[in-house]
Design a protein around this ligand. Structure first.
Ligand SMILES: [Zn+2]
Length: 273
């Protein structure tokens, strides 16, 4: 992606999650900007990873061509239970798929807006939870490939959600849940052949976000509709910036948008930058 496009914020698990945004060769420590005025100005262009301009907005940040050809955008990316590299069966690019799928994966339980089950590459672990705005998380299983994690996830979908309700996630801190107990209960529903992968480690990761004030009635901003977004930054959770006037902005869903970023020390609406 080019240097002037929006990319998801980097996260670091500390006492409170630390966020940084890289754009136009600058790195902004976003936590320091809470309580200040920020402005994001869209230049009217969206660039795909391949460098092509996206003429029409296409799914998951890919241009039309990439979406229909790249292994990164194949069906099994969205549905891990369709992965076949462990059987040597190609979907779009077997070499790539082997590298991506035949790596250790986790199945986890997270509490972000209620309990959900999810999967992630072992190396992504905590980053994934922070991106989703989870407040608590526990590992359920570690499996040798992506397909098995997808199979376990599917077996648990009847009991817990597999998507995050982002509106609920942004409305406050969820009620604390006994994830260890829940893991025990759900583990019984894991298919026999996968039970060997259930982890004995019951560490619960607690995650706190830098939010001064949560919105009460959420207005979700999109750059296509509001090319200039400005206001006081109230906080950050998941990949969302929480702004004044109950507005939220999802950085992740705007990856590839060519934009400028500004901030101003004086938290006052309508201020000139
Ligand atoms: Zn592309």
């Amino acid at each position: 992606m080019s240097r002037d496009t929006l990319k998801k914020m980097r996260t670091e698990l500390c006492d409170v999650v630390k966020y940084s945004l890289e754009i136009n060769g600058e790195t902004y420590n976003m936590n320091d900007l809470i309580g200040k005025n920020i402005k994001i100005e869209w230049k009217g262009k969206v660039i795909c990873n391949c460098g092509e301009e996206k003429k029409k907005f296409f799914r998951s940040g890919f241009c039309y061509n990439c979406y229909w050809t790249l292994p990164e955008a194949s069906q099994s990316i969205f549905k891990p239970e369709l992965c076949t590299a462990h059987l040597n069966i190609e979907e779009r690019d077997l070499e790539w798929e082997k590298k991506f799928q035949l790596a250790p994966h986790y199945v986890y339980l997270a509490n972000s807006s209620g309990i959900k089950v999810g999967i992630t590459r072992k190396s992504q672990g905590v980053v994934r939870w922070m991106d989703q705005g989870a407040s608590q998380a526990i590992l359920l299983a570690e499996v040798p490939n992506r397909r098995y994690s997808g199979d376990i996830e599917v077996s648990l979908k009847g009991f817990v959600d597999d998507i995050t309700n982002w509106r609920k996630m942004l409305s406050g801190v969820p009620q604390s849940v006994d994830l260890v107990k829940l893991k025990e209960q759900l583990s019984e529903h894991v298919p026999e052949e996968f039970k060997q992968y259930i982890l004995a480690d019951n560490t619960v990761t607690e995650i706190r976000y830098p939010v001064n004030k949560y919105p009460s009635k959420i207005k979700n901003l999109k750059l296509e509709k509001n090319p200039v977004i400005e206001g006081e930054l109230f906080g950050i959770k998941g990949q969302y910036l929480i702004l004044d006037d109950n507005r939220v902005f999802n950085i992740r869903s705007h990856e590839g948008f060519v934009a400028d970023f500004f901030y101003n020390d004086i938290p006052k609406q309508g201020l000139l930058f």
